[in-house]
Every structure is written in structure tokens, then in C-alpha cells.
Design a protein around this ligand. Structure first.
Ligand SMILES: CC(=O)SCCNC(=O)CCNC(=O)[C@H](O)C(C)(C)COP(=O)(O)OP(=O)(O)OC[C@H]1O[C@@H](n2cnc3c(N)ncnc32)[C@H](O)[C@@H]1OP(=O)(O)O
Ligand SMILES: CC(C)C(=O)C(=O)O
Ligand SMILES: [Mg+2]
Length: 516
């Protein structure tokens, strides 16, 4: 770790749980608390004990189980019963913090609390004193601080520090602040609150304008030494500052901030997954640090750069946040460098001519299909390699089928370098019609002994693999075809088998009991 230590105060179990649809039961909270301890957070805000018996129980169990390894905190309004209840839940832990809060902005004073400034100061001071009577670690938050008059904020902070607050948390409760404004607010407190050195300055930023992390980082620059945050940025409305983003910004840019945290960053991704699974809140694919695309590269120019030197397009090592590695995604934006690298890793050695053909097949497939899997690439390679020496090549295929119409297939094939030949056939269905048309052009009549279709990867757009077994002239021939279109795959498989028949490369047909 380099530079000054920033305290990471995790409020996933309190503010995060306030997020609509994210309630957790006691067992789930214990599981998340265990993951947060492994992650190395300094303070876990485990809940708001007065809120419900379930909240009380969860804070108590977390305090008992994890209170010797990290500080467990409980939230309380500036009311005696809240503070007493918070302490009751926390008291079995070795490391405890009571977090009391009271709104200070004029909007909240006038409309919500209906209290004047002096009443706010008096209630805040009395509550901090009561909490300090229980434990030495007391945090005070002037709720909606970012919209509070700076002079009044200074007064409240000074008096609550005198009353025993050891951390003063400056919440941007409604995500209204901007980074430079928030920087100035923290800098103003540092300069104008005479006893500010007796407490740690903290931030608690909400993300209503998407600025929670930026505002938190501006506060750190101005001197804040605790950041309140949540896994995946969960929290009221648009959420809180995302823990993983704060931690990795401090780690990656320690050159700039001169600070770091105690977080075991390799636990970030697993913890994010756990919280997402438990709460049911999906992490968006392009979410910084823990999103599925955070270390994925598809563009050919980027992949080429990455293959030369990872740092061309990555500022963090994926392994450092718990991913297994960089993901060079093969898709329609990929270039030859990445594709060649990938097929070599899959164990294929191709000469330049094959490579160019298979790369063209790959781009055509990627245009049709969202995700291209290794099984798809293997199918492309095998198809091209298997196609060499085939006398008959498919030029075009058209089918029509449906209720109330006769299934018809029109096919154009080319034999070696000769003029393409076209013919059509009808059948019981489009596949049967295709097989009939192929036989008419090639001039071979065969019996279909087996026909199988399977999907070679996942998703509705997966490629299908068709395998056929045909018999002609007392010999058996196999053919395989691949395509996102089952009719095309069937045509390719049947053509492959007929080509083998043309070349006489079959096996004697084994005896097989026929259906009666
Ligand atoms: C910015 C934040 O995240 S604050 C934390 C928000 N979290 C929650 O609200 C947790 C879930 N809340 C609850 O379970 C309930 O709201 C409770 C148990 C806390 C309170 O429930 P109720 O007693 O029914 O009150 P209700 O929620 O309707 O109203 C809040 C009351 O607290 C008062 N209040 C609000 N904040 C504070 C405060 N910091 N200190 C003292 N009183 C406060 C309000 O003025 C109001 O008082 P009133 O009942 O005398 O009018
Ligand atoms: C309780 C306080 C810190 C809070 O959650 C907020 O102001 O957003
Ligand atoms: Mg909050």
C-alpha cells in the first residue's frame, strides 16, 4: 500500500438495502457481511436497528460474528430510543460505531423536521453525547449537507466534534453536488472548523446525476479520509458511490491522490457477483471494474495493440480485481491478428490461403450471430478443411415452404470449373426438397439412413450442426454441415456425403435391422 490510508466505510447493508427491490434477509446479510470482511472493508454499516426487529437482529448477529475483525456500525436518528437500540444491537462486538444523523439543510429543516437552526444543533449535540456515552467511535452526519448553508454546516460540525463525534460525514444526500463544488465544501470545512483535526472527514455521495464517485474523489483530494460507498453502487434511488470504483481509482491513480486502501482488490469481482445474486440487481455489462465488458476488447485495432502490449488498452490488470484475465472477444469488429492468435491457441495451424478463407467465413458468421464461440470457429475450420477436394460446390440455395404450399428447393451447384447447373425439386418438407434437388443435379440417388441436428453453441442464433448418413451403391457415406440456418446446414451435410459418393470414398453399408 502506498501513501495515506483512506477508510472504506461500506453501507451496502444499510443504504444499499434501502434501494427499492434490494431487501435482504438475515442469512443473506450475514453472507454479504462475511464477504465484506474478506474484502477488507474498514467499517460495515450493518443496518438501522430501530427500523425493524429484522434489522436489529441482523445488526446484532453481524456484530457478534464479525465484530472482532472489523468495525460494525449501526445507524440512528437523533432520538434516544434509536441510539439505545443501536447500542443494544452492537454491544457484543469488539469494534463498534454508532452513526447518528440529522438533516441540516433549510429544505429539510423547514419542511421535514420543522426545526430551526438552534434546535438542530441542540438535538445533534445531545445525540452525539448520548452515543459517545456508549462507545468511543461516533459518527455524525448532517443529512443533506451539500445543500446546507456553509456557515451553518461549519457550526454543526464544530459542535458535534466537541460533543464527541470522531468522524464527521458530509452527505450529498440527493446527489446534487458537482465535483469542484464538493471539493470547495470539504476544503471550506477544513479551513473554517477550528477543531476539524479532531475528527476524520468522511463523504457519502449519491449518484442522482451520475457524479457520486467523482464527488467522492474530489472530497478525498480536498482532505476527506473516509469514503462511504456500496458494492455495485447500490443505494437509494440512483445509488451510492460504487466501492469498487472508489477503491480502484485510489489504487490505479495513487500517483495522483497519494492515498490507498486496505482492500483486497482481488475480492472485488466475487463480492460484486455475490451482492448481485443476492439482491437480484444485475450489474450492467459496461459497469466500470466489475462489468462483464470491463476487460473485454472486440475492436481489431485494440486487440492488435493488446496482443503487442496489454497496457496499450488496459489501465488495470483484470486479475487484480478478481477476473481470470483479459477477454479478447471475437466478433465482427475483430481483425486478423486477434483471429489468428485465437485459432493458433485452439490448436489449428493454417496456411495463409486457408486462413484468409476462414477469416472471411468468420466475419460473415459474426455478422449474423451476436456471440461467436470456439465451437463455431472449430466448425468453420473443419468445414473449410473438409471441403478441399469436393468436386461439387454450392453456389446458391433457395427454398420455399409453409402451410398450404408445396415445399420446393432450387439449387445451383458447380462441378469443378464447369458452368454452374441449376435444378429444383419438391419434397415432404424443405429439407427433403433440398436433398431431392441435390440428387437431381449430381445424378445420384441415395437413401437417407440417418439425419441429426444439434446446436453447437448457445442462444437462439446458435449454429446448427447437421449430420447425415446416406447409402448408395451398397456403400455408406457420412456428411456434416454447419450454419445458423438449419436448411443450409442440411444441404451442406447432404452435399458433403454426395461428394464422397462421387469420389467413391465410402464404406460398405453395414447390415442394420430395417424398420418394418
Ligand atoms: C438519508 C437516509 O438514508 S436516512 C435513512 C433512511 N432509512 C430509513 O428510513 C429506514 C427505514 N425506515 C423506517 O423503518 C421508518 O421510517 C422508521 C422506523 C425509521 C421510522 O418510522 P416512523 O416512526 O413510522 O416515522 P416515519 O418514517 O413515518 O417518519 C420519520 C420520523 O422521523 C423523524 N426524523 C427523520 N430524520 C430524523 C433524524 N435524523 N433524527 C430525528 N428524527 C428524525 C421525522 O421528522 C419523522 O418524525 P415524526 O414521526 O415525529 O413526524
Ligand atoms: C444517513 C445518511 C448518511 C444518508 O444515507 C444520506 O444522507 O444519504
Ligand atoms: Mg444515503
Amino acid at each position: 500500500m502506498s501513501g495515506e490510508q483512506i477508510t472504506i466505510f461500506d453501507t451496502t447493508l444499510r443504504d444499499g438495502e434501502q434501494s427499492p427491490g434490494c431487501s435482504m434477509n438475515t442469512n443473506e446479510k450475514l453472507e454479504v457481511a462475511g464477504a465484506l470482511v474478506e474484502l477488507g472493508v474498514d467499517v460495515i454499516e450493518a443496518g438501522f436497528p430501530i427500523a425493524s426487529p429484522g434489522d436489529f437482529e441482523a445488526v446484532q448477529l453481524i456484530a457478534r460474528e464479525f465484530g472482532s475483525r472489523t468495525t460494525i456500525c449501526g445507524l440512528a436518528r437523533c432520538r434516544n430510543e434509536d441510539i439505545d437500540r443501536a447500542w443494544e444491537a452492537l454491544k457484543d462486538a469488539e469494534q463498534t460505531r454508532i452513526h447518528v444523523f440529522l438533516a441540516t439543510s433549510s429544505i429539510h429543516r423547514e419542511h421535514k423536521l420543522k426545526m430551526d437552526k438552534s434546535e438542530i444543533v441542540q438535538q445533534a449535540v445531545e445525540s452525539v453525547k448520548r452515543a459517545a456515552g456508549y462507545c468511543s467511535d461516533v459518527e455524525f452526519s448532517p443529512e443533506d449537507a451539500a445543500r446546507t448553508e456553509l456557515d451553518f454546516l461549519c457550526e454543526v460540525i464544530e459542535k458535534t466534534i466537541d460533543a464527541g463525534a470522531t468522524t464527521v460525514n458530509i452527505p450529498d444526500t440527493v446527489g446534487y453536488a458537482t465535483p469542484s463544488q464538493f471539493y470547495n465544501c470539504i476544503a471550506h470545512l477544513k479551513k473554517n472548523v477550528p477543531n476539524i483535526h479532531k475528527a476524520v472527514i468522511s463523504t457519502h455521495c449519491h449518484n442522482d446525476l451520475g457524479l457520486a464517485v467523482a464527488n467522492s474523489m474530489a472530497a478525498v483530494e480536498a482532505g476527506a479520509r473516509q469514503v462511504e460507498c456500496t458494492i455495485n453502487g447500490l443505494g437509494e434511488r440512483a445509488g451510492n458511490a460504487a466501492l469498487e470504483e472508489i477503491v480502484m481509482t485510489l489504487r490505479t491513480r495513487s500517483d495522483y491522490y497519494g492515498c490507498d486502501t486496505r482492500i483486497n482488490t482481488k475480492r472485488l469481482f466475487p463480492t460484486s457477483r455475490l451482492v448481485s445474486t443476492i439482491t437480484g440487481m444485475q450489474v450492467q455489462r459496461n459497469k466500470a471494474i466489475v462489468g462483464q465488458n470491463a476487460f473485454a476488447h472486440e475492436a481489431g485495432i485494440h486487440q492488435h495493440g493488446m496482443l503487442q502490449e496489454r497496457t496499450t488498452y488496459e489501465i488495470m490488470r483484470p486479475q487484480d480485481v478478481g477476473f481470470s484475465g483479459t477477454n479478447l472477444v471475437l466478433g465482427k469488429h475483430s481483425g486478423r491478428h486477434a483471429f489468428r492468435d485465437h485459432i493458433i491457441a485452439m490448436g489449428y495451424k493454417l496456411d495463409d490461403e486457408y486462413f484468409e478463407q476462414i477469416f472471411a467465413d468468420f466475419i460473415a458468421l459474426a455478422d449474423k450471430k451476436k456471440d461467436v464461440y470456439d465451437a463455431d470457429i472449430a466448425a468453420l475450420v473443419e468445414k473449410r478443411i473438409g471441403d478441399t477436394g469436393d468436386a461439387w460446390k454450392m453456389i446458391s440455395l433457395h427454398t420455399s415452404a409453409g402451410t398450404g404450399s408445396i415445399p420446393t428447393a432450387t439449387i445451383e451447384l458447380q462441378y469443378k470449373d464447369q458452368e454452374p447447373q441449376r435444378d429444383a425439386a419438391t419434397g415432404d418438407g424443405p429439407v427433403d426438397a433440398v436433398f431431392g434437388a441435390l440428387e437431381r443435379i449430381i445424378g445420384i440417388s441415395a437413401r437417407l439412413r440417418d439425419y441429426q441436428v444439434r446446436s453447437i453453441s448457445v442462444g437462439k442464433d446458435a449454429q446448427g450442426e447437421v449430420t447425415v448418413e446416406i447409402e448408395t451403391g451398397g456403400r455408406t457415406y457420412f456428411g456434416k454441415g454447419f450454419s445458423t440456418d438449419i436448411i443450409e446446414a442440411s444441404a451442406a451435410a447432404y452435399l458433403k456425403a454426395l461428394n464422397k459418393a462421387v469420389a467413391g470414398a465410402g464404406q460398405p453399408t453395414p447390415a442394420r435391422p430395417e424398420a418394418v
